[in-house]
Design a protein around this ligand. Structure first.
Ligand SMILES: Cc1cc2nc3c(=O)[nH]c(=O)nc-3n(C[C@H](O)[C@H](O)[C@H](O)COP(=O)(O)OP(=O)(O)OC[C@H]3O[C@@H](n4cnc5c(N)ncnc54)[C@H](O)[C@@H]3O)c2cc1C
Length: 439
C-alpha cells in the first residue's frame, strides 16, 4: 500500500520520501533468499477479480509478467485426501447421516450464491458461524468450517464477520475458467517483480526510498502534520523528514504510539482493532506432497488449517535446484495463524518445522526427512486484522483530525480481505487525495 501510494504521489509531482522499517522492501509481499531461490515470505496468488493489480502492472510495463494456471484444491479429513472446490467433488464427498445429501446440496447452493452475490450490508452484523449454520446447517459448519475457524482465529472464531468471509469465498469462486476449473495467477519471478517495478518507478519520478528506517513519531503543530522522526538503527542515525503531507500505512495497532498528538478517542479506535499473527513454515522438498495448490486440513489432532503447495501454482523448476543431482522443485507453505499471545507463537523454529513436517507426512506418507532440502520460518505479528460483525463502523476515517495526515492499513478495505489489489487501490487513492502537481 505504501509503495503504491508513494508511486502515485511521485507520479503526480509530489516530492516523496518513503520510510520502510524493514531492511528489505515489500512488507507482507516481500521476498527472501531461499538458498538461491527468491521467494515470497508469505504465499501469494492472484485472482481474476484483482483488477487494480492488473492496471498497475500495465502502467508499470510489467503486464507480460502475469501468468495463469489451472489449480485444484484438496480437503484432508479422516486421514484421507479428498478432491475439493467444485460441484463434482462436493457431490462425491462422503457425508454420512440421513441428511448427508441434502446438506451437500445446501452447501453447494450457498457457495453458488456467495459467488454471485454483490451486496453485503444484510450480513454485515452477522457472525460467519451463524450465517453458515443458517444456510447450510450445523453438520456442514462443524465438518468443513469450524476446524478452519478454530485453527485460525482461536478465541475470535465464533465472532468473525460473515461479510468478510463472504468476500473471501467470492474472490476464489470468481477466479475460474469454468464452474469445474479454478484458475489462479502469479507473477513471473514472484511478487518482488511488482515491488521492484514500483521502486524503479518511484525513483524515476524523483522519489527516495529509505529502507531500514522505522518512523518513530509523526509530528504536528497547530493541528497540521509537520513531518516524521525516524529512530536510529545500526549505522543509520535518527533523522527528521519535514513534510506537509504524511500517508501512514503501517498496521493500525502501531498508530497510537506513532502519532502521540492524535486525540484520545481516535487512539482508542485504532487500539480497538485487533490482529492475529501469522507464521509460515516453508519447505523446499525433492518431491511433491499432493497435486493440489491448496489443501484444507480438518483433523482433530492437526492444529494447522491448511497446506499450500506453492510450486503447484508457480512452477519453480530449475530455479529451485539446491545442489547438482538434487532437484528440489517443490515449495510448500504451512501457515499458522494465531493470536500472538498463544504459546505456539513463541515456539522455536525447530518445533514448528517438526510439527509442520509431521502434517505433510500425514498428507503424503511417502515423504521422509531426506526429502527436505531447506526450511524457513517466517513470522509476522500483525498478519491479519480481526473483523468482527459490524466492523465497518469501527474503521476510523482515512483523513485524521491532523491536517495533512492520512492513515490506513489492510482493514480499511473491509469487507475485502488483505490483498495486493485492494492495497494498491487504497494506497493510490490516498495519494490522489493530495491532488496533482504535474503539468
Ligand atoms: C500469509 C499471507 C498471505 C497473503 N496472501 C496474499 C495473496 O495470496 N494475495 C494477495 O493479493 N495478498 C496476499 N497477502 C496480503 C498482501 O501481502 C498485502 O495485502 C499487501 O502486501 C499489501 O500490504 P500493505 O502494504 O497494506 O501492508 P504491509 O505489507 O504490512 O506493509 C506495512 C509496512 O509498514 C512497515 N512498517 C511498520 N512499522 C513501521 C514504522 N514504524 N516505520 C516505517 N515502516 C513501518 C512494515 O515493515 C511493512 O513493510 C498475504 C499476506 C499474508 C501475511
Amino acid at each position: 500500500m505504501g509503495l503504491a501510494a508513494a508511486y502515485r504521489a511521485a507520479k503526480n509531482g509530489h516530492e516523496v520520501d518513503l520510510l520502510e522499517a524493514a531492511p528489505e522492501p515489500g512488507g507482507m509481499a516481500g521476498h527472501f533468499d531461499f538458498e538461491g531461490l527468491s521467494l515470497e515470505r508469505f504465499y501469494h496468488f492472484i485472482c481474476k477479480t484483482d483488477q487494480p493489480t492488473f492496471d498497475l502492472m500495465q502502467e508499470l510495463g510489467i503486464a507480460d509478467k502475469l501468468r495463469w494456471r489451472s489449480t485444484t484444491m484438496g480437503f484432508f479429513s479422516d486421514n484421507h485426501l479428498y478432491p475439493w472446490g467444485d460441484p463434482i467433488a462436493l457431490l462425491r464427498f462422503p457425508f454420512p447421516g440421513p441428511f448427508g445429501f441434502v446438506d451437500k446440496l445446501r452447501y453447494g447452493l450457498f457457495a453458488f450464491l456467495c459467488v454471485r452475490r454483490n451486496s453485503w450490508p444484510a450480513i454485515e452484523h452477522e457472525s460467519a458461524r451463524d450465517w453458515i449454520v443458517r444456510w447450510c446447517g450445523t453438520n456442514v459448519y462443524n465438518r468443513f468450517w469450524k476446524p478452519l475457524f478454530d485453527h485460525k482465529f482461536y478465541e475470535y472464531a465464533d465472532n468473525i464477520s460473515a461479510a468478510w468471509i463472504w468476500t473471501r469465498i467470492r474472490r476464489i469462486g470468481r477466479s475460474r475458467k469454468s464452474i469445474f476449473q479454478e484458475e489462479l495467477g502469479y507473477m513471473e519471478g514472484g511478487t518482488i517483480t511488482l515491488v521492484n517495478a514500483l521502486i524503479d518507478a518511484i525513483q524515476a519520478h524523483g522519489g527516495r526510498i529509505h529502507l531500514g528506517q522505522p518512523a518513530q513519531q509523526i509530528t504536528s503543530e497547530n493541528g497540521r502534520v509537520t513531518g516524521v522522526q525516524t529512530a536510529a538503527r545500526g549505522e543509520t542515525p535518527a533523522h527528521f523528514y519535514p513534510a506537509d503531507a504524511v500517508l501512514c500505512t503501517t498496521p493500525t495497532p502501531l498508530v497510537s504510539a506513532l502519532v502521540p498528538d492524535l486525540p484520545a478517542d481516535w487512539k482508542q479506535r485504532y487500539d480497538s482493532i485487533h490482529n492475529i499473527g501469522v507464521i509460515c513454515v516453508i519447505f523446499k522438498l525433492t518431491r511433491s506432497v499432493t497435486p493440489h495448490f491448496w489443501v484444507n486440513v480438518s483433523e482433530p489432532d492437526i492444529e494447522i488449517p491448511g497446506v499450500i503447495e506453492f510450486s503447484n501454482l508457480r512452477p519453480l523448476g530449475s530455479q529451485a535446484v539446491a545442489t547438482p543431482g538434487s532437484p528440489a522443485n517443490t515449495v510448500v507453505y504451512v501457515p499458522y495463524y494465531m493470536p500472538t499471545t498463544h504459546p505456539k507463537f513463541s515456539w522455536p523454529d525447530a518445533s514448528l518445522i517438526d510439527e509442520a513436517f509431521a502434517c505433510l507426512q500425514r498428507l503424503n506418507p511417502a515423504l521422509t526427512r531426506a526429502d527436505i532440502v531447506a526450511t524457513k520460518v517466517a513470522r509476522l505479528r500483525y498478519g491479519q486484522p480481526i473483523c468482527e460483525p459490524g466492523f465497518a463502523s469501527k474503521i476510523p476515517p482515512i483523513q485524521t483530525p491532523i491536517a495533512g495526515l492520512q492513515i490506513a492499513d489492510t482493514c480499511y478495505y473491509y469487507p475485502e480481505d488483505r490483498g495486493i489489489a485492494e492495497s494498491v487501490r487504497l494506497g493510490s487513492g490516498m495519494a490522489e487525495a493530495l491532488g496533482s502537481l504535474s503539468q
